[in-house]
Ligand binder design. Structure first.
Ligand code: NAI
Length: 683
């Protein structure tokens, strides 16, 4: 993609006051600052000019409310297919940041909001880092999440400043740190309230107390005799999380560190990783997530008060999460003890995640038990999460409509009842949408925004915006059985049960799926979700999708073996919540994986053909963010594109000859236009 206008636009403003240069980053035409090639080049020109002048110092800051710098321009990555070009980009950044580091006067990054990736590397090359103290300020090197590692000398500068162990932890995990933690580890020189940020930056330039370096003891892991042991230990830890064939970047990071790599080695390695299949797919996954957020922000939600009805597994967690994100929430259920249980769970979650007692108290204050449903009359949004029964939901919404405000938005968390059915009896069904959260709400990023035939665009837009405000990704789906995610997952789960019925060892089935790249095997997943829930969803979908539900599933449920929650399901579960399974061998299960995955892909294509979602990207977003489908493959549709749809439909046909109708290729496989629809970002 050529963006000549971006090349010409001015991204930096320079001002010199009292012998201090203020360089303000403000990328033209975007809400967040990213380091595009053009922005880097302009930065270099400023540095070259400034180096010649008799200055006391340089202060770099951002004009964007969203933060300092969000990182490199990830969209530019997609245009690079040659490792040499990628390495050259890294060398350019390295050269510019070297120039920044060797200015004849001190430099300081005055940071608020996000300071990530390339932005963090720029800040590392400054003499000082001064941070605004608030929860929105986050610093980190998240490159590993895109299948790469820092390439502007971040792998070299970070250990020098915070020490080797902490640097490796940050680079390998990609996690971000708060201002408090940044100060504790030596990454921040000062943290100050917003009103003092610029003054603090100016003071530090004038006093120039000397750049921070990690004390000697924090560099002990880097001693030659220890280095190998450290790498061995960390490789083992990484291996528990990421398969080297699927995610090579963390292993590369350890190699670079072990070799004490220089900038050239860092650039070369980055070049190789950036054009790898894994990185390209992870970038795809990241960008479709960003597109969902952008879509979500297109409208205002106008919601401050949320009333949640049903305080069970889902309702309790939705209420907890909404209060966590700043909404005022009333939570209603039929019995006080159910509400007490939900509040207790929320309190424990806040304590663990927010830590600061004042913030915990504030979140608890926003979450109010409401046995009589008094909050209903004031709420801007009413979310229903009661039992999955048609009559109950219909009766509830009739009552809700009588008592709620006229402009309140209504949402159901149903996983299987058509919205049109729930809306029967409503005088204005246009205000009802589906907000289908996934379990556990605090972990699963996706929310399906279900469009019933009567749902208005206005209601859908508000629901999307609310979801985005919850820091969740809103995905539009049509109101049809199972929506997108559960529907695609079900044939895959049932095939696993079928394999178990045939006598294949449970751990072997799971291993086949995890070797393929799924985060958890289907048998274990069934146990975790609850076999009763799986069974009831399977029954709902069996008719419309013509699914055969294996008798084994019903038998287990009838015996009360419901999975993790009852201590027994397919597996026996120990007191700590771990399934008891023998170790399975690796890499010998291709035919099992093929059966599991092809059923999933076949259903994905059926959803696209039926217009459950409108684009291949939406299928990918749903399955990666809703189920954890192998992110390094980029999602089911991206995987299909990499293999070619003809080959896969032939394999399905072959399996249908061997195992029967359930493998018959969906008619969508021959509709090539389905696979060629524009990506979300082209909209
Ligand atoms: P649950 O059984 O844990 O909770 C339902 C709660 O609703 C119970 O506490 C019950 O006392 C309450 N309730 C029932 N009728 C009520 C009424 N008229 N007024 C007030 N409260 C009432 O059920 P769960 O699992 O939380 O499911 C709730 C909804 O979420 C269902 O529609 C389900 O299909 C859907 N869902 C469930 C998921 C899961 O993994 N459990 C995932 C996504 C959606």
């Amino acid at each position: 993609m050529n963006r000549p206008e971006a090349m010409q636009a001015t991204h930096w403003q320079l001002e010199i006051r009292n012998d201090i240069a203020w360089l303000t980053f403000d990328v033209a035409g975007q809400s967040a600052n990213v380091l595009s090639r053009a922005a880097l080049e302009q930065f270099e020109q400023h540095l070259t000019n400034l180096a010649e002048r008799p200055l006391k110092g340089l202060i770099i800051r951002s004009a964007k409310p969203s933060g300092f710098i969000a990182g490199a321009d990830v969209r530019e990555f997609q245009e690079i297919s040659d490792p040499a070009v990628a390495a050259e980009l890294a060398r350019t950044g390295q050269r510019i940041f070297r120039q920044l580091e060797s200015l004849p006067f001190p430099s300081v990054a005055a940071i608020h909001g996000f300071c990530l990736g390339g932005g963090m590397e720029l800040a590392l090359a400054c003499t000082y880092r001064v941070l605004r103290e608030d929860p929105a300020t986050r610093l980190g090197l998240p490159e590993v999440r895109l299948g790469i590692h820092p390439g502007f000398a971040g792998t070299i500068r970070m250990p020098l400043i915070v020490g080797d162990f902490i640097a490796l932890d940050l680079i390998l995990s990609g996690r971000t740190v708060s201002p408090k933690e940044a100060r504790a580890i030596g990454l921040a020189d000062e943290i100050v309230p917003e009103r003092h940020l610029l003054r603090a930056a100016e003071n530090i330039v004038r006093t120039n107390p000397g750049a921070r370096r990690a004390p000697w003891f924090k560099r002990i892991p880097n001693w030659k005799p220890l280095r190998r042991l450290v790498v061995k230990y960390l490789t083992k830890r990484v291996a528990g999380k990421a398969h080297p064939d699927h995610y090579p970047a963390p292993y590369r990071i350890l190699e670079l560190w072990q070799q004490r790599a220089n900038e050239e080695q860092e650039a070369f390695s980055l070049g190789e990783l950036l054009v790898s299949r894994t990185s390209r797919n992870l970038v795809h996954v990241f960008l479709i997530g960003e597109d969902l957020k952008r879509h979500g922000r297109a409208q205002a939600h106008g919601i401050r008060h949320v009333h949640v009805i049903g305080a069970g597994v889902m309702g309790g967690d939705i209420a907890m999460w909404a209060a966590n994100k700043g909404f005022r929430v009333t939570l209603q259920d039929q019995k006080p003890e159910i509400l007490a249980r939900a509040l207790k769970r929320a309190g424990e979650f806040y304590k663990k995640s927010l830590k600061d007692p004042r913030m915990v108290q504030e979140a608890m204050d926003r979450l109010m038990p409401d046995l009589n449903g008094d909050g209903l009359q004031r709420a801007d949004l009413v979310i229903e999460a009661i039992v999955e029964k048609v009559d109950a939901k219909q009766a509830l919404f009739r009552d809700v409509e009588r008592r709620a405000r006229r402009d309140a938005l209504f949402a159901s968390n149903t996983s299987s009842i058509p919205l049109e059915t729930i809306a029967q009896g409503l005088s204005d069904p246009s205000r009802l949408v589906g907000l289908h959260f996934f379990n556990p709400v605090a972990k699963m990023q996706l929310v399906e925004i279900v469009r019933g035939s009567y749902s208005s665009d206005e209601a859908l837009g508000r629901a999307r915006a609310f979801t985005t405000a919850l820091d969740r990704l809103p995905l539009d789906v049509k109101s049809s059985p199972g929506f997108l995610v559960n529907r695609i997952l079900m044939p895959y789960l049932l095939e696993a049960v079928k394999l178990a019925e045939e006598g294949v060892a449970l751990e072997t089935i799971d291993r086949a799926a995890t070797d393929f790249g799924m985060p958890m095997g289907p048998i274990e997943l069934g146990d975790v979700v609850g076999l009763d829930i799986c069974y009831s969803v399977a029954q709902v979908l069996a008719g419309p999708l013509k699914l055969d539900v294996p008798a084994l599933l019903a038998n287990l449920v009838n015996e009360g073996r419901l999975g993790k929650k009852s201590g027994r399901g397919f597996y026996e579960w120990d007191a700590k919540g771990h399934p008891q399974k023998p170790k399975a061998e690796r890499n010998v299960y291709a035919p099992i994986a093929e059966r599991l995955i092809l059923r999933l892909l076949n259903e994905a294509v059926a959803c696209l053909r039926e217009g459950v979602v409108n684009q291949p990207d939406a299928v990918d977003a749903g399955m990666v963010y809703g189920t954890g489908f192998a992110p390094f493959l980029g999602g089911p549709m991206r995987y299909i594109a990499s293999l070619g749809e003809t080959g896969i439909s032939h394999s399905l046909y072959r399996l249908s000859q061997e195992y029967g109708k359930r493998f018959e290729p969906d008619p969508g496989w021959s509709q090539t236009e389905l696979f060629r629809q524009p990506s979300m970002s082209d909209e």
